[in-house]
Write a protein that binds this ligand. Structure first.
Ligand SMILES: Nc1ncnc2c1ncn2[C@@H]1O[C@H](COP(=O)(O)OP(=O)(O)O)[C@@H](O)[C@H]1O
Ligand SMILES: [Mg+2]
Length: 369
């Protein structure tokens, strides 16, 4: 087997389809990961994340598509190619710690090297380096069962990287840890992945984890890709209701695009309970004049003023304020719609006040329903 030199797509998944019986668990999924980058598959339980990972690892065979690493086809049903899992050179870290309880930390981490029959001196050196990297050198002689959950996950990570695999696959590795440890481990795993530079696919249902760790995020739903992009892209430019709601908080109002005023810009008319307003906004991809669309505005992109300033606005009543120091989290009633607004702490906004809302045209988008 020969690797190709040009590898902008080090891992390439093309048109992956996987059935369980009549269910399409993975439905035409394609993506590529550049060398040393970390891509996250983000989505709710049951959307096909684990199945995709298992197909990459060769632990599932699939029906249609192709998976290649470094230009080498690993699975391709059409071409009759299937590299068995143990020949794929892939490290994995799962939700369950999956390290062996009857072995010491050193023995656990050395295992992938022992079965590859490396020289004992080299094994010792590499295990030591891996334990140092994950901060477990003091625990080398302990039994796996003597470690905390977080330490066991570090040991699992050391074991996954010690043989310098071509790919690292993570399946919700932090789900069993408590919040504080989870937050700490996010940045730890990211640091380690960057340091060792192993191309990685990371699976999670936790948006915060995805935002912190990823070079790129794929948002999935029901076996399909809804959107792919950097954390910033997906937060700032969600393509539809599903993605807007899955990452961050958004005000979403149904409306119709009245006009296109410039390429990618226009006006949307939104109405609710007989109240209507025309809001200048950006137009999401494929949104044209006359289309039904959703206005999507993040709470930090709505200005709330105690007096109208002459521009078109939404007049509502403040039903709720929480002072958070650096901002005020407000809820504003507009008919039966409740706007979520993060206002500047200087604004004197109080429950029961009338308030005038101005969605920022540069950060308001008409998106697909
Ligand atoms: N071994 C299996 N046999 C039958 N159905 C499965 C199997 N594994 C997963 N599925 C189904 O495939 C879909 C995707 O599951 P999965 O990939 O585990 O989702 P996720 O990891 O995103 O939670 C679900 O509907 C699930 O019930
Ligand atoms: Mg899963």
């Amino acid at each position: 087997m020969q690797a190709t030199p040009a590898e902008t797509a080090y891992l390439a998944v093309t048109g992956l389809v996987k059935y369980f019986g009549d269910d399409r668990a993975v439905d035409e999924v394609s993506f590529a990961v550049a060398r040393a980058k970390l891509l996250t598959l983000l989505g709710p339980s049951g959307c096909g994340k684990t199945t995709t990972l298992m197909c990459i690892a060769g632990l599932h065979r699939f029906d249609v598509g192709e998976i290649a690493v470094g230009g080498v086809p690993y699975s391709s049903p059409a071409r009759g190619v299937f590299v068995p899992p143990e020949k794929r050179d892939i490290g994995m870290v799962f939700q369950s710690y999956a390290i062996w309880p009857h072995m010491t930390v050193t023995e656990n981490v050395a295992y992938p090297l022992s079965i590859r029959k490396l020289d004992p001196a080299e094994i010792a050196e590499r295990v030591d380096a891996a334990l140092r990297l994950v901060g477990l050198q003091e625990f080398a002689g302990k039994l796996a069962t003597q470690l905390s959950g977080g330490q066991q996950q570090r040991a699992a990570l050391a074991r996954a990287i010690v043989f310098r695999p071509k790919l690292l696959l993570f399946d919700e590795p932090l789900s069993n840890l408590d919040l504080k440890l989870r937050e700490q481990m996010r940045t730890e795993i990211k640091r380690i992945q960057r340091e060792v530079g192993i191309t990685s696919v990371y699976v999670t249902h936790d948006q915060a984890e995805a935002l912190v760790m990823s070079d790129e995020i794929i948002v999935m739903s029901k076996g399909r890709i809804e959107q792919r992009g950097s954390a910033h892209d997906i937060y700032a430019r969600p393509v539809n209701r599903y993605v807007s709601n899955f990452i961050g908080v958004a005000n979403l109002l149904e409306g119709r695009v009245l006009r296109v005023t410039a390429p990618g810009r226009g006006e949307i008319e939104v109405s609710h309970d007989g109240r209507g307003v025309v809001v200048p906004c950006l137009l999401g991809e494929g949104i044209a004049e006359g289309d039904s669309a959703l206005l999507c505005v993040r709470p930090e992109n709505v200005k709330a003023l105690p007096q109208p300033n002459g521009d078109p606005h939404i007049e509502g009543e403040i039903t709720h304020t929480i002072f958070l120091g650096n901002c005020i989290d407000c809820r504003v009633r507009w008919g039966s719609f409740e706007w979520k607004v993060l206002a500047h702490p200087r604004e004197m906004l109080a429950r029961g006040d009338r308030v005038y809302l101005y969605p920022d045209p540069k950060h308001s988008r008409a998106v697909r329903p």
